[in-house]
Design a protein around this ligand. Sequence first.
Ligand code: GLU
Length: 473
Amino acid sequence: MSAPSLSDRPVVTRIAPSPTGSMHIGTARTALFNWLYARHTGGKFLLRIEDTDRERSTKDAVQVIFDGLAWLGLEADETPVFQASRADRHVKAVDEMLARGSAYRDYMTPEELEAERTLARAEGRVVRSPWRNLSPNDAPDRPFVVRLKAPIEGETLIDDQVKGRVTFQNKDLDDLILLRTDGTPTYNLAVVVDDHEMGVTHVIRGDDHLNNAARQTLIYEGLGWETPVWAHLPLIHGPDGAKLSKRHGAQAVGEFADMGYLPEAMRNYLAKLGWGHGDDEIFADEQAVAWFDIKDVVGAPARLDWAKLNHLNNHYIRQADVSRLTALVAEIHKSRDWKLREADLPVLERTVPLVRDGAKTTLELADATVFVLRQRPLELPEKAQALLTEETRARLSRLRHVLTETQAWQVAELETQIRAFAESEGVGIGKFGPALRAVLAGGSPAPDLAGALVSLGKHESLGRLDDVLSPAP
Ligand code: GLU
């Protein structure tokens, strides 16, 4: 019995990044779509590190990919495959092709190749080696490359799930090199052999690889293997429609993480880049998994939209677990050289839910919590000093008394007390609120009065008031 055709087998997708030192947001989106499709179909999502460029593929560069995928929550279902370690398999596949007659040894010297190139250019055709048709028995004793014996006539059709049917004329595709003179495998060969042996059923990747799909199809045919389903995703462009680059603000996954975006917001946002489910803007992973189909990916390039990303990130910040956010905020403070004490953590944890509604990123969230970390006595900026007139000081002293008596140190209770106090004074809250805020936060951003008081806690709030009303001599 022959092996079941790819379309009858459980789906296997993969992401195959080359380690370059950073993980591009386009690679992240490709990983996400592969992951979503595998999850949607109950299949597997695999990772292959394409580390054949030994110079660039340092341990650190590989680690960036692992970290990027882990941060995004897109971990592979099996241990990663390292392409460079599979060179023997690649060579063995070429031996099979030589035996099948779908590859040949090409003994052209560099000079002969150059002459053929010039001639081919003049005749408007691709390079063809005479060794395509010469008998191996005539082989000279000199270095050779192994080339694919590609068909010259007819066409190669890529039935792409995103791009539709794309036709390549075989006469335009040269006999591509499979093994170099030093015996090392070339890129297209390695990809085909690895995808086949990893059991990949669906190749979902950037459309910069569409031409490779035609070449790879010919290698599959040369090996007598079934081609996978192809899906080539349009690139991600900047907000201005140009190819995404540094000047658009960020392009690497690590940069988005450092800018304070949450991975779940990135997943939601990236899913919307080129795919969507009606008008739904915000959806959980489970919904994306249930809805995702590669056929629904649109062919036009997607544009990065910071406002949309910020909107989503704010949504997820408002939903996130408070202790997780607190840990993230603490990390940000530490990275900014705030010396955090053990006692600051519960204070931050109390503050985060009171300030997070306005935060578009965790950096903004951290900014909004700085006021609780400041050390007494706070240095008040001039503008704050100006608010502390004699009259206001006297009023704050009376308010201090009310606050001392307040037992339930909670937002609702404190709001009631402050309102009642304003009434008893016969003034609006505007008469003392800004001064109280200045005293509590020292000019740093802070939530409204009750929120600031709860964030700081009773002891610290009264202490900050005392520092201003009855400063230590
Ligand atoms: N290594 C290629 C890249 O990083 C991807 C190859 C593929 O997906 O087939 O662009």
